[in-house]
Design a protein around this ligand. Structure first.
Ligand SMILES: Nc1ncnc2c1ncn2[C@@H]1O[C@H](COP(=O)(O)OP(=O)(O)OP(=O)(O)O)[C@@H](O)[C@H]1O
Ligand SMILES: [Mg+2]
Length: 325
């Protein structure tokens, strides 16, 4: 950790579009402020709170042995097209909830998410240029209300605007499945149904939307065994069914708070990259360290500052959403 014990009192580095140095986005700024690589390496921190038996090995995508003379990308099975219902995303609901609205004039929020999107795409390219599969990104945070769903939805909308990208937003918060409702979508079967019943094809649970390039997978019907299902080998199979041989796909998974439920840390073992959302002025360093520790099953964790605004002079001004107005 850098010697900055109280994140809430920091003056965050600002982005100055006119400065000679390139603009910095929220991901980059977050790592300037908070060096938590030590926490991720588990230096002197408490042991992992999730029972090791619940953490499956990361999914392995390997070409069939008999076809080793064929290039890996050619041998890879291709995930099916989405086969679920087509629904319209309610733009009025999006606007009401403060989300990006496709086709609306570019706002400050849209600019911020553009920068996050670029950084994310660069990080994903660095992760697995050689792998001809889609990429998986988990959006996690320490506590409820940090803005995971807000960031996951906005990031998905922002990425969907890219012509060569197919985005799947997965509601991985199985205890509090918010995302489809916030988009004005009707949910049916989802991830948990496909995990529990091998007869359910996951691609048929995927809702295709009228926003080009954006599809949504609901959480599905929960049970008392949700955590075990997420940790099961079938989860790896379902992920393969979503991304195998589809490099154009980016799967964004919204998740439950890390310090409140084990689902987030289990999902982290399946993804290429985790965005750890930090709510400016709210997330304590202790909570962030504890959350980072729970993500040590993920090879690439990036902090994402949420709720920081910048004035023209570059000084931070208050952003205490929902608390002090
Ligand atoms: N940057 C932001 N600007 C404006 N509102 C925000 C921002 N981030 C979050 N919010 C609002 O704060 C509230 C909590 O955010 P959100 O539901 O995304 O949190 P969460 O981390 O998903 O919580 P939970 O773990 O309970 O699902 C929501 O009303 C959301 O719209
Ligand atoms: Mg949420």
């Amino acid at each position: 950790m850098k010697d900055k014990p109280d994140m809430g009192k920091q003056d965050f580095p600002h982005r100055d579009r006119d400065a000679a140095t390139p603009a910095k986005g929220l991901l980059e700024r977050a790592s300037d402020i908070f060096d938590f690589s030590g926490a991720l390496k588990g230096q002197g921190l408490p042991p992992l709170a999730v029972p090791p038996e619940l953490i499956p090995p990361p999914p392995v995508f390997s070409p069939p042995a008999a076809q080793t003379d064929v290039p890996a990308s050619a041998a890879r099975p291709r995930a099916a097209d989405w086969g679920g219902p087509v629904q319209a995303i309610d733009r009025a609901v999006l606007a009401e909830n403060g989300f990006l609205v496709p086709g609306a004039p570019i706002s400050g929020l849209a600019e911020e998410f553009r920068i996050v999107k670029r950084e994310l795409q660069a990080a994903l390219r660095a992760e697995g240029e050689a792998r001809a599969d889609g990429k998986l990104v988990l959006v996690a945070s320490a506590h409820p209300g940090d803005g995971k769903t807000f960031c996951a939805i906005n990031l998905a909308l922002s990425l969907a605007a890219e012509s060569a990208v197919e985005v799947l937003l997965v509601d991985g918060d199985v205890a509090k499945p918010d995302a489809p409702r916030l988009l004005g979508l009707q949910t049916g079967k989802g991830l948990l149904d496909a995990l529990a019943d091998p007869a359910v094809r996951i691609e048929d649970c995927v809702i295709r939307t009228d926003v080009p390039g954006l599809a949504v997978l609901p959480a599905g019907a929960g049970s008392t065994s949700d955590t075990e299902y997420l940790a099961s080998a079938r989860m790896g199979e379902l992920i393969a069914a979503l991304i195998s041989g589809r490099p154009e796909r980016i799967v964004i998974i919204d998740s439950a708070p890390l310090l409140a439920a084990s689902a987030g840390s289990i999902l982290a073992t399946h993804v290429d990259l985790t965005l750890l959302v930090v709510r400016a002025d709210r997330t304590s360093e202790t909570a962030l360290r504890d959350a980072a520790e729970l993500l040590n099953g993920c090879r690439n964790v990036q902090l994402m500052l949420n709720g920081v605004k910048f004035s023209a002079s570059g000084r931070r001004f208050g952003t205490y959403y929902g608390r002090e107005g």
